[in-house]
Design a protein around this ligand. Structure first.
Ligand SMILES: [Ca+2]
Length: 426
């Protein structure tokens, strides 16, 4: 989702709330209806601050039908409280099933994707990978009415300075303008709690600026048309992110022995953007690439782009030199994990090995098929709130926590390959 809420923002918001900011709703309980109505009126009175014109009466005409949706608040809380591991997220988001389904999309739409690749200079595998991560290739578009989501969010997360606009308010205004201008169909104007909609999950303000027609009918419809969604995504990566046609997102590397100590960060990420230099300069400094078997090989990159080190969990662990295209995807959704999910899935779609160097864990992550197997087992054990949907949600983690305690495993809310076998063997 372009420009999603960041964990950083959520934590900042939690701090503001904890400090007793009178304008912000407390996140520990649903917003009362009268407060929501007052907030809608207040938003209507501030449309003069909107970055694109919107009259108060136009805003109210649509916003007065909006309803507070408490799923927005609940999702904000979950994001803050449930930490996840790189090896879990990547195992699920780039599993065999998603690779197979992505290859089927590439085969089905080869011509259209090649045309979009030629027009924007973004590889078709990147576009399809992003489609797979965002909405699982289409079906998971989200169910929350966008008007409800964006206005609820603007009320739960008011602008720090009411006289100046901010992203949550802009998003709500853009959500209304899209309806006013008939850019979206009311009946399919649904999406995520953060207001992202369509096949590649644009928020309304981004849609206004970036969405383009990709199937030639003159209309940008990222809900109904895959090609429109793909072209819009490619346009985002180029216009907002400065995509470089020839550069890979990442190259997996071996750090030279003399430099390894500085990357032993105790599990923390290292991103050294200020060290960007040409691939050939890294090679001259002793950095090597890793082949599909994990063997060091000479570092040579087409076009010799500038690269900088990125180590998601430090050493030991996988190490990468990443390009400007890493930052381009980061601009789409500012999460390093998200960037690598898209890039690794794209690598696998193109026949690559994914990440070769092992993660520093003896309990690697589960595919969605394995999560479903675990969930079915948990349901059999009597955890009635668990659904076998392949998603590690709060109910599944609650059940895992209880089951780990029952089996005498160290306390925790996760399960990997090894602990899954331990749990299910008795
Ligand atoms: Ca179209």
């Amino acid at each position: 989702m372009p420009r999603s809420l960041t964990l950083r923002w959520l934590l900042a918001a939690a701090t503001v709330l904890a400090a007793g900011c009178s304008r912000a709703a407390p996140l520990d309980q649903p917003m009362p209806p009268e407060q929501f109505q007052a907030c809608v009126q207040s938003l209507a009175s501030q449309t003069n601050t909107a970055q694109r014109p919107l009259r108060s009466e136009d805003f109210l005409r649509y916003a007065s039908t909006a309803q507070y949706d408490d799923r927005v608040r609940q999702s904000m809380l979950v994001q803050v409280t449930e930490p996840t591991f790189w090896w879990d997220d990547l195992a699920a988001t780039t599993d065999d099933q998603r690779v197979e389904e992505g290859r089927a999309v590439l085969a089905r739409e080869r011509e259209a994707l090649q045309r979009i690749e030629a027009q924007f200079g973004v590889p078709k595998e990147i576009i399809v990978a992003l489609y797979g991560i965002e909405t699982n290739y289409g079906p998971a578009l989200g169910r929350i009415p966008i008007l409800d989501a964006t206005i609820s969010l603007a009320c739960l997360r008011p602008c720090p300075d009411p006289a100046k606009t901010c992203s949550s308010r802009e998003r709500a205004y853009a959500a209304v303008r899209l309806l006013r201008d008939n850019k979206v169909k009311p009946e399919t104007y649904r999406g995520s709690w953060a207001g992202a909609f369509g096949r590649t999950q644009f928020v309304p303000d981004t849609f206004e600026q970036i969405a383009v027609d990709g199937d030639g009918d003159g209309v940008a419809d990222i809900v109904g048309s895959e090609r429109d969604a793909w072209a819009s995504t490619a346009n985002h990566l180029v216009k907002r992110g400065g995509w470089i046609t020839t550069a890979p997102v990442y190259v997996e590397v071996v750090v030279p022995p003399a430099e390894r100590a500085q990357f032993a960060t105790g599990g923390n990420a290292t991103r050294q953007r200020d060290r960007a230099q040409k691939a050939s300069a890294w090679a001259a400094a002793g950095w090597q690439a890793v082949d599909a078997a994990g063997k060091p090989v000479p570092l040579q990159v087409n076009g010799d782009p500038e690269l900088f080190p990125f180590l998601p969990v430090g050493l030991p662990g996988p190490a990468f030199l990443v390009s400007r295209n890493f930052l381009s995807i980061f601009r789409y959704n500012n999460s390093e994990k998200y960037v690598m999910e898209v890039a690794v899935l794209a690598n696998k779609l193109a026949g690559g090995p994914g990440i070769v160097t092992p993660w520093p864990t003896d309990d690697p992550g589960l595919s969605r098929a394995q999560v479903r197997e675990l969930q079915s087992w948990l349901v059999q054990q009597g955890y009635g709130k668990v659904t076998a949907d392949g998603v590690m949600g709060r109910n599944t983690r609650d059940a895992i926590e209880a089951e780990r305690a029952k089996k005498g495993l160290p306390p925790g809310r996760r399960v990997g390959q090894r602990t899954m076998r331990l749990l299910m063997q008795s």
